[in-house]
Design a protein around this ligand. Structure first.
Ligand code: PBG
Length: 342
C-alpha cells in the first residue's frame, strides 16, 4: 500500500521517468535531436591579398591563409566541391594604398572587385558577401573617416554607399556593412535601389560589439598596425549591453536589412536567442577570428578533441536560433558532415 502511493506520487518523476532512456541508443538520440546542422548553414570567410603565388598563413590563425588572386581559384573550387553555399571576402591591401579616407575602397579595380569576379567566373552559384567598412583601406585602421578627431558618422555614410555600389557592380550578391555607422543600412539600400540593384541583399552587422575577439582578424587584414587609438568603442557596442543590441537590430530591420549578423558569436549567444525571439528574422552568427584561434590553439595543444569541439560549437549556434554561421571552420565542418553521412 505504501509503495503504491509512492508510485502515484512519482508519476512524473524518477523512477518512472528516466531521462536516460531516450539517450541510451544512437537511433533514439537521433530521433529526439532538436536541432540539426547542415552544410547549408555555413559561410566561409576568405582573406585575399596582393602579389602573386602568395599563400601565407596568418600567424595568429593557424590553418587560415591569405591568398593572392592567382591562387584564389583553387580555394573557390575547393569550397564549391564541399557545397558550402556562401563565402565572405576580406582584403589585405598594400600599405601604400592606405589613406586617411580609405579611397582605395572605391577603386572599381581593387582587390575585392577582382576577387568577386574570379569567384563568380569559377562558380556563379557560390554566394559572395563583401564587407562594407573602411578599415582595410584607411591608414588609421578605423572603419570610418576621421574628422575633428572623431569618426564622423555622416561623412562616412557617403563613402560607404559608394563602396557598396562598387562591390555590387563588381558582382557580389550580399553587401555586409560591418562599420556600425548609424543609418548606413537605409542609405545603402536607397543607393542600390536608385541604381536598379534591387536584388542585392544586405546582411548587416547589426549588433557588433567592440570586442577583443577580433584581434587575429586585424592581424589578417593588416589593420592592427595602423589602428591609431586602438579602440572602436565610439561605434561598436559595449559588451555590457543587450537591450541596445535589440534596438540596433530593430533599426537595421526597419532600414531594409534582409538578414542580420550578431558578432562575436559564442560569447553572445544570449543576444542571438533574444533577437530570434523578438524579431523572427534571419540571423547569422559570426564565430570570429579570436574564437577560431582560441579553439584551434587548444586543439593544437591536445586539450580539445578537434571534431567534437568544432561540431559542438556549430550546434550551439543552431540551438541559440541561428540560420547561418560565418566560421573559419566551415571547410572542416562541411568535410566532416559529408564523411559522417557516408
Ligand atoms: C571590419 C571587420 C572586423 C571583422 C569583420 N569585419 C574587425 C573589426 O571590426 O575590427 C572581424 C572578424 C573576425 O574577427 O573574424 N569592419
Amino acid at each position: 500500500m505504501k509503495q503504491q502511493s509512492n508510485k502515484q506520487f512519482s508519476i512524473n518523476s524518477f523512477p518512472r521517468v528516466r531521462m536516460r532512456r531516450n539517450r541510451l541508443s544512437d537511433f533514439s538520440r537521433k530521433l529526439i535531436s532538436e536541432n540539426t546542422l547542415s552544410v547549408n548553414d555555413l559561410i566561409y570567410p576568405i582573406f585575399i591579398t596582393y602579389g602573386s603565388n602568395v599563400k601565407e598563413e596568418i600567424s595568429s590563425m593557424p590553418g587560415i591563409y591569405r591568398f593572392s588572386l592567382d591562387l584564389l581559384h583553387k580555394e573557390i573550387e575547393y569550397i564549391s566541391s564541399l557545397k558550402i553555399p556562401v563565402i565572405a571576402l576580406f582584403p589585405k591591401i598594400e600599405s601604400e594604398l592606405k589613406t586617411p579616407d580609405g579611397k582605395e575602397a572605391l577603386n572599381k579595380n581593387n582587390l575585392i572587385c577582382k576577387a568577386i569576379k574570379i569567384s563568380k567566373k569559377i562558380n556563379p552559384d557560390l554566394g559572395v558577401i563583401t564587407d562594407v567598412a573602411l578599415d582595410p583601406y584607411t591608414d588609421h585602421g578605423h572603419d570610418g573617416i576621421i574628422h575633428n578627431n572623431q569618426i564622423d558618422n555622416d561623412l562616412t555614410l557617403n563613402i560607404l554607399c559608394k563602396q557598396a555600389m562598387v562591390q555590387a557592380e563588381a558582382g557580389c550578391d550580399i553587401i555586409a556593412p560591418s562599420d556600425m555607422m548609424d543609418g548606413r543600412v537605409g542609405v545603402i539600400r536607397d543607393t542600390l535601389d536608385d541604381h536598379g540593384l534591387v536584388n542585392i541583399q544586405i546582411m548587416s552587422y547589426a549588433a557588433k560589439y567592440a570586442s577583443s575577439f577580433y584581434g587575429p582578424f586585424r592581424d589578417a587584414v593588416g589593420s592592427v598596425q595602423n589602428l591609431s587609438n586602438k579602440s572602436k568603442k565610439s561605434y561598436q557596442m559595449d559588451p555590457a549591453n543587450s537591450s541596445e543590441a535589440l534596438r540596433e537590430i530593430r533599426l537595421d530591420i526597419n532600414e531594409g536589412a534582409d538578414m542580420i549578423i550578431i558578432k562575436p558569436g559564442m560569447p553572445y549567444l544570449d543576444i542571438i536567442q533574444k533577437a530570434k525571439k523578438e524579431y523572427e528574422f534571419p540571423i547569422i552568427a559570426y564565430q570570429v577570428s579570436g574564437e577560431y584561434s582560441m579553439i584551434k590553439g587548444a586543439i593544437q595543444n591536445g586539450w580539445f578533441d578537434e571534431e567534437n569541439i568544432i561540431l559542438e560549437t556549430m550546434m550551439c549556434f543552431k540551438r541559440a536560433g541561428c540560420n547561418g554561421i560565418i566560421t573559419y571552420f566551415a571547410p572542416y565542418v562541411a568535410d566532416k558532415l559529408i564523411t559522417n553521412l557516408k
